[in-house]
Ligand binder design. Structure first.
Ligand code: 6MZ
Ligand code: ZN
Length: 369
């Protein structure tokens, strides 16, 4: 009984902890209730069979191939402008509800002729979603990147509301061609005054070749756009080596590295986005207990806890912190430090970093005493 009370108290503490989320895919973070509602609407129109889809959405098992089949379904449900706007709003609200104070959402800009959608119009729908959030004040710009140069502190805003910094990363899907990947990088450049701050490489890790995306990633590097890459979700030696050689600003997952690659990663000190639940569910890590978090943490390697796909894997960032506490025995002070350290790996500029550092400074006094 006492143990149950302690667990509950720890879970609540993890929710209260201010958190930084650096690896969250928009379509993987959609609420089940929204997916079911959208599936019901398409079912009523006769476009899909609702009962079949319902079971798939609510099912627990999520192997890697199953995940990518599910994304095909999610994209059928969500890819029109109004729905993209809606899910963006909801995803931000859900993260804000659990005290995420800085959120980088990544999403793949999509061309969809049937819906009159271009990569640009898809992103406009995402940004519209950010602007319609009501439950929390969304801060989307550094004051020095705003056209009107108004300092953030003078923008007014609603001081009664909680604040969440949101930034966007554009994902290149591994199914895309070199040209499509280049389009995404150019779009990121065009939209850099609208909250877009980085590039991600993601998608089914058994699909596509590194050489296809490399020109686009190099172009992003030349343009000075920060890059994060999904690395080692499967044991593709040649690609893992190429990714480490490319040396992006951050890496996601890093599951299937061999000894030599671990050594190289650690010497490069590239910050790692750790996705515990995702890795265990998709088989990238054998179990929570044997997850490479422990090794990287003990080696003091820069890392931050992330959800990857909170909807798809039924998790939350607070839960990921709780899992670290319950699996590896970290204390509250250590968990706090982990959350605080993630501030140093955000892609946003110095002004946001400074504000976040101050926020953690203030929260630390309350949460660790
Ligand atoms: C489970 N591990 C993973 N590994 C690799 N890529 C993943 C992923 N989880 C999600 N994505 C990528 O994100 C897309 C969905 O969000 P968006 O449509 O972009 O918003 C997926 O189609 C896939 O390309
Ligand atoms: Zn991911």
């Amino acid at each position: 009984m006492e143990a149950e009370k302690e667990k509950k108290e720890m879970r609540e503490w993890c929710v209260a902890l201010p958190k930084v989320e650096l690896h969250a895919h928009l379509n993987g973070s959609v609420r089940d209730s929204t997916l079911l509602e959208l599936a019901k609407q398409l079912g009523d129109k006769g476009d899909i069979v609702f009962e079949d889809v319902k079971d798939v959405i609510m099912k627990n098992g999520r192997s890697l191939p199953e995940c990518f089949r599910l994304f095909e379904l999610y994209h059928i449900l969500t890819t029109d402008h109004d729905t993209v706007t809606r899910i963006t709003k909801e995803v931000v609200e859900d993260f804000a509800m659990e005290n995420v104070v800085y959120l980088e959402i990544r999403t793949t800009p999509k061309n969809n002729e049937a819906k009159g959608m271009t990569k640009r119009s898809y992103m406009n729908a995402v940004i519209k979603g950010l602007k319609t959030v009501e439950a929390v004040e969304v801060v989307l710009f550094d004051s020095n990147s705003r056209a009107d140069k108004t300092p953030m502190s003078e923008l007014g805003g609603d001081t009664r509301k909680n604040k969440i910094y949101v930034r966007l990363l554009l994902s290149i899907d591994r199914r895309e061609t070199t040209l499509a990947a280049l389009d995404t990088v150019n779009l990121a450049m065009e939209m850099k005054d609208q909250g877009v701050i980085g590039i991600d490489l993601s998608g089914n890790p058994v699909v596509g070749e590194w050489e296809t995306y490399l020109p686009a990633l190099e172009h992003a590097k030349e343009l000075g756009i920060p890059i994060t890459i999904h690395c080692g979700e499967v044991a593709n030696r040649k690609e893992i080596r190429a990714v480490l050689d490319f040396c992006p600003q951050r890496l996601g997952h890093v599951c299937c590295l061999n000894d030599e690659e671990w050594k190289k990663l650690k010497s490069l000190m590239i910050p790692v986005e750790i996705c515990l639940t995702s890795n265990v569910m998709t088989g990238g890590a054998p179990s929570l207990e044997l997850h490479h978090f422990a090794d990287l943490y003990n080696a003091k390697h820069p890392l931050s806890l992330c959800t990857d796909d909170s909807g798809l894997f039924s998790t939350s960032l607070s839960n990921e912190y709780y899992l670290v506490a319950s699996t590896f025995g970290l204390s509250k002070a250590e968990l706090f430090r982990l959350a605080q350290d993630a501030v140093e790996f955000v892609f946003a500029g110095d002004e946001v970093k400074r504000s976040l550092r101050e926020l953690f400074e203030r929260a630390g006094k309350e949460l660790t005493t």
